[in-house]
Design a protein around this ligand. Structure first.
Ligand code: IMP
Ligand code: MG
Length: 191
């Protein structure tokens, strides 16, 4: 039997890279108090680790969105289910995302946030699937340039499952796992 999924980025690689990103952000935002914005739910695991590597006063805030179909179908337009309860005027906003794929969702969100008058607005994404990009989108801080594979773990899900895997795994047959989310269940049990 072929493996259903294999480790693409292990927990130790992730830890090291998150530490480097935190160091870069600490340097770049020295003297300022950034507002880290995370979109529920995928980016929360990354946010939790990243924020502890940033040695500055900061705030974290959350948004929740719902997509109409796929990003391509909706051209990235989303409905905001939970909005920020912070005024972004003249704030240094850093949008923290798990993965940027086509970039459509994020570019729509950036336009929404930009309209609120922040002093600066940048993106920090753990994974950048740059080969899939449809709309140009500057990712100021990218953890890994991710191949065009379907990945799960470390916050990333398939049908709301597997966000709690400590490593990031590439799934061999994403459609099969979408049809039967139990296919990867054995990965949740430590060997
Ligand atoms: P896009 O950049 O607008 O195409 O959409 C990005 C969103 O799609 C991410 O925030 C994820 O929720 C989801 N996504 C894209 N690629 C993957 C993947 O490989 N695994 C899990 N979710 C993904
Ligand atoms: Mg997401």
């Amino acid at each position: 039997m072929t493996e259903v999924a294999s480790v693409l980025y292990g927990r130790e690689d992730i830890r090291r890279r998150v530490e480097e990103l935190g160091r870069a952000i600490t340097g770049d935002y020295a003297g300022r108090e950034p507002v880290l914005v995370s979109v529920l739910k995928g980016g929360t695991v990354f946010l939790a680790d990243l924020m502890r590597e940033i040695q500055l006063p900061l705030e974290i805030h959350f948004m929740a969105i719902s997509r109409y179909g796929t990003a391509e179908e909706s051209l990235g337009r989303v409905q905001i289910l939970l909005d920020l309860d912070v005024d972004l005027t003249e704030r240094d906003v850093l949008l923290v995302e798990d993965i940027v794929d086509t970039g459509l969702t994020l570019s729509y969100l950036l336009s929404v946030l930009r309209a609120r008058g922040p002093a600066s607005l940048e993106v920090c994404a753990l994974l950048d699937k740059s080969v899939r990009r449809i709309t140009p989108l500057p990712v100021r801080y990218a953890g890994f340039d991710c191949p065009d594979r379907f990945v799960v773990g470390y916050g990333l899900d398939v049908a709301e499952r597997y966000r709690n895997l400590p490593d990031i795994l590439a799934v061999e047959d994403p459609r099969a796992v979408r049809d039967d989310p139990d296919l990867l269940a054995s990965l949740l049990i430590a060997p």
